[in-house]
Write a protein that binds this ligand. Structure first.
Ligand SMILES: Nc1ncnc2c1ncn2[C@@H]1O[C@H](COP(=O)(O)OP(=O)(O)OP(=O)(O)O)[C@@H](O)[C@H]1O
Ligand SMILES: Nc1ncnc2c1ncn2[C@@H]1O[C@H](COP(=O)(O)OP(=O)(O)OP(=O)(O)O)[C@@H](O)[C@H]1O
Ligand SMILES: [Mg+2]
Ligand SMILES: [Mg+2]
Lengths: 228, 228
């Protein structure tokens, strides 16, 4: 479903060259539940942004469902993202001048749904994310850190995307809220969604079926989780 | 050193009233290392902002070193904060148009130090936070989430404040980076600093000497950590 071929990403700053990713080759099949772990600053978000078509690699290609994304123009990329991918950002990227409801319904706006249908889906999404529908009329900056994180998760899942990319989705959550989020991800995976999740939390990684380790911009390990 | 007397915080939205904190009474003595835990959305950040003099309570008082903060004007509050308190924000609050160095040196600007002295202190602070001095010339949005978190920690400690308030300082850090941060906090506590740290991570809470539990805006527990 997702194929990353020979991908590298370099940042050039002044005279310097910094390789955030080097020679990444990765296949993620349908219905996989993949966790990505690795030290801070070693390329996990960079890889997620490239898989999620939010950023372009310096070398190599990304195929989504067999489509070579390098051949798509910005408009086609944007449509593909909107249809197939839900993204939970590490820093949430909520829009403070819109209500929580308006934030969550963004992925639905191009689908020709009625407002009441969008509200119904938003309520369902926020509850699946372990949140509360009373938040819908608030602004994001009237919510706690962990509440905002759950709104970001709700926005990523509201459009029922085939692929969910979650960049550290439980970093600001207590254990009980993390459990609810992971139960939702497991349930979505069970009904056929593909999940790729960055996490620093080994307990969260245990909910996945495969763990990829990233170190210094390269894949340093690829294994099945071991609960011991 | 920090005395919270009968503090409550209410938010009024439309016809509704929401009590984020109720009847908080708390004493934090010099050289304490206090962890605050509790479910997401239950008032921990609200309490930290009030202790840190960034927000005013709806009822009650906050005393810092015996000073009744309600009697201070904004200028005096700001001076007291700058002198005595270092704050690590849950969302970092770094300024993207300034370099990392400029972000870290903010607390030092009113101290009449030379630029080379400020740079020396910033380098020391970022290394104590488990970061790297190569970040100093970058902008915050050129850093990973966990790197930005460590810059926020560096800024909080660079001015050698008596009180360090850290709101979930390790949420985006891997285990190794978290250890370095906690070692720094323990060392600062050992030389006399008072530390109040919100965390969702029970392992991080074990580094403290006292754990306060917050539930529904109230203190629901106050105990010594138990490693079992
Ligand atoms: N725009 C940029 N310019 C220069 N360097 C960058 C830029 N964006 C990212 N980097 C660097 O690329 C590296 C990888 O960053 P990335 O955000 O992918 O790390 P990460 O593994 O997600 O870390 P964390 O666990 O802290 O979130 C970091 O060292 C970072 O400083
Ligand atoms: N400006 C505001 N208007 C209305 N409600 C608010 C406002 N700011 C905070 N709240 C509410 O106050 C409650 C406590 O928020 P707070 O940020 O203190 O929680 P927290 O314990 O830090 O949570 P987390 O662990 O998720 O960071 C939340 O329910 C939040 O929705
Ligand atoms: Mg990251
Ligand atoms: Mg908080």
């Amino acid at each position: 479903l997702i194929e990353v071929v020979n991908v590298s990403k370099v940042y050039r700053m002044g005279g310097n060259e910094f390789w955030a990713l080097r020679d990444i080759n990765l296949e993620v099949f349908e219905r996989e539940f993949l966790a990505i772990m690795g030290p801070s600053g070693h390329g996990k978000t960079t890889l997620m942004n490239i898989i999620g078509l939010l950023d372009k690699p310096s070398t190599g290609k990304v195929f989504i469902d067999g489509v070579d994304t390098a051949k798509l123009n910005d408009d086609e990329l944007s449509k593909l993202r909107n249809r197939k991918i839900g993204f939970v950002f590490q820093q949430y990227n909520l829009i403070n001048r819109m209500s929580v409801l308006e934030n969550i319904e963004v992925p639905l706006l191009l689908r020709g749904l009625s407002r009441s249908e969008r509200v119904r889906l938003a309520i369902r999404a926020i509850e699946m994310a372990g949140g509360d529908k009373s938040w819908l009329s608030k602004k994001p900056n009237q919510l706690s850190g962990g509440q905002q994180q759950r709104v970001a998760i709700a926005r990523a899942i509201v459009g029922d995307p085939e692929i969910i990319l979650a960049d550290e989705p439980t970093g600001n959550l207590d254990t009980a809220s993390s459990k609810i989020v992971m139960q939702t991800f497991s349930r979505l995976n069970g009904i056929g969604k593909t999940i790729v999740m960055v996490t620093h939390n080994p307990e969260v990684a245990l909910c996945s079926k495969r763990i990829l380790y990233i170190r210094d911009g390269r894949i340093s390990g690829d294994e099945v989780p071991d609960p011991t």
